[in-house]
Ligand binder design. Structure first.
Ligand code: ATP
Ligand code: MG
Length: 391
């Protein structure tokens, strides 16, 4: 048994010793069966939350209404959730009520896809009432039960299904895919943040082209922030083979470059810091595509930015420039701190009180050093500053 499971095994055994059923469930069982690294192990049990709390010394209520108790042990912290069913989904995103049940099968039935609806007991025996193992073998994403029902209960599942296609390199079963076409508009009930979480997992996968193929075929992309009019960009994400190796951030840059709307990343509620980085990279990307990297542009873009811009540029123009990073590394300075003189020295040399001019002066010095007009040495910089060289 992989370490992630053996560490959690005492929790299963303790629940069993108290007369309850307990299983590993969901993503961990799926990933274990296909030999993928395991994220977090989730445990499902017939014990009610209060019963779980009475068995373990150290617990935290993290979602007691939904039946989830966090159990803290010497070897880790594990989410233990009471078997439950869900009912009512009037808002297309979450159940009106949750009922605790004593049967594993009912719990597995509420889960989204067959590959996510398997359980494994302490002895490694698999419970698989919906054919998840067969679908894993066939690399198939298929809902548990009727896809039309499952997607109108919770519209995010459509996006999750497409995300699993990208992460696992699977395909989507026809009926499941066709149901997305019918229900895509229900995505309007889903919070942007939840769409973003799924979309970012797609952007981070090597098989993202499979997800974009599905987003196009199901027209689901039309329900994503600001992408409604950008079928052609979706096609580029599907068809350009170099897109596959783009990271999440590089994919955002690729999209931002094509969508050409300042509000794009904001509409996905990305963190401000990331939006700033991507927008700066977009400016550099435009210049890189119009001409080439100048030393100053490399400097301003920063090492990580250069990597991102160059990856996207070579997707767009098809000619990777592998020597660009070496050119970056060979720049005489990589930040203001590398300049062999400080702001207070400039003030002294100029004999002028500090003010906004210092920043401008530094920018000129940076440019002069990068263009090779000024050696990065204190004496040369001093002379340059004193003689007001403005070449
Ligand atoms: P990941 O590797 O991304 O964590 P996961 O399958 O573990 O994938 P989670 O979001 O952690 O996904 O959910 C854990 C399990 O809960 C899933 O495997 C699935 O059985 C169930 N589940 C999660 N979200 C839903 C949903 N929206 N509808 C139905 N079942 C869900
Ligand atoms: Mg998980």
């Amino acid at each position: 048994l992989p370490r992630e499971f053996s560490q959690a095994l005492p929790v299963l055994l303790e629940l069993e010793a108290n007369g309850y059923e307990a299983y590993f469930v969901g993503g961990s069982v799926r990933d274990h069966l296909i030999g993928r690294p395991i994220n977090d192990v989730d445990i499902a049990t017939s014990a009610l939350p209060e019963e779980v709390k009475s068995i373990f010394k150290d617990t935290v209520d993290i979602g007691i209404d939904h039946g989830t108790v966090l159990v803290l042990t010497g070897s880790g912290r594990f989410e233990v959730t009471t078997f439950r069913t869900e009912a009512g989904y009037q808002d297309f995103r979450r159940p009106d009520s949750v009922d605790f049940v004593r049967s594993l099968e009912e719990d597995l039935q509420r889960r989204d896809f067959t590959i996510n609806s398997m359980a494994m007991d302490a002895r490694g025996r698999i419970k698989d009432p919906f054919g998840g193992r067969g679908d894993l073998h066939d690399k198939k994403i298929r809902t548990v039960g009727l896809p039309d029902e499952r997607f109108s209960e919770d519209a995010l599942r459509m996006m999750r299904g497409i995300r699993f296609v990208a992460q696992l390199g699977f395909h989507m079963e026809d009926e499941t895919r066709e149901a997305i076409v019918r229900h895509s508009s229900l995505m309007s009930h889903i919070a942007v943040e939840r769409k973003t979480m799924e979309f970012e997992k797609i952007l981070a996968s090597v098989n993202k082209h499979l997800a974009f193929d599905l987003l196009i075929r199901t027209r689901l992309y039309r329900e994503l922030p600001m992408l409604k009019e950008y079928g052609s960009v979706m096609e580029a994400m599907r068809e350009n083979p170099a897109v596959r190796s783009l990271s999440k951030d590089q994919s955002w840059l690729f999209l931002l470059f094509h969508v050409m709307d300042g509000g794009f990343l904001k509409s996905w509620r990305l963190p401000k810091k990331e939006i700033k980085e991507r927008e700066k990279e977009r400016e550099s990307l435009k210049k890189r595509l119009e001409g080439d990297w100048s030393p100053l542009l490399l400097y301003k873009t920063g090492r990580n930015g250069v990597v991102n811009v160059e990856s996207v540029a070579s997707c767009i123009s098809g000619s990777p420039r592998s020597e660009v990073l070496d050119r970056y590394d060979e720049l005489p300075i990589h930040s203001v701190k590398d300049i062999e003189a400080t702001g207070s020295e400039f003030i002294k040399w100029k004999g002028k009180p500090g003010g906004p001019w210092v920043k401008e002066e530094i920018a000129k010095i940076e440019a002069a050093i990068l263009n090779g007009e000024l050696p990065n040495e204190k004496a040369s910089i001093k002379k340059w500053v004193k003689t007001c060289n403005r070449s």
